[in-house]
Design a protein around this ligand. Structure first.
Ligand SMILES: [Zn+2]
Length: 68
């Protein structure tokens, strides 16, 4: 999906470097029997937007395992 989304889908300024599952998260896609790797269910984001989106929609997500 990063080939499709060359620009960040949120700020539309930075280069898209990370693939984000949207509008459904990976767990939901799998639970619905859908392919989470299908580009239809994702979007490309820049690093800063991806980080803020992840923090907002998945509290306790990736940063839960941080050492601090
Ligand atoms: Zn961005």
């Amino acid at each position: 999906m990063l080939k499709r989304d060359r620009q960040c889908r949120i700020c539309k300024k930075a280069e898209a470097v990370e693939a984000d599952h949207w509008p459904l998260d990976r767990k939901t896609l799998v639970a619905m029997g859908l392919d989470p790797d299908n580009p239809e269910y994702g979007r490309g984001l820049c690093h800063s937007c991806h980080s803020s989106e992840t923090a907002r929609y998945q509290p306790g997500g990736w940063y839960r395992h941080a050492p601090w």
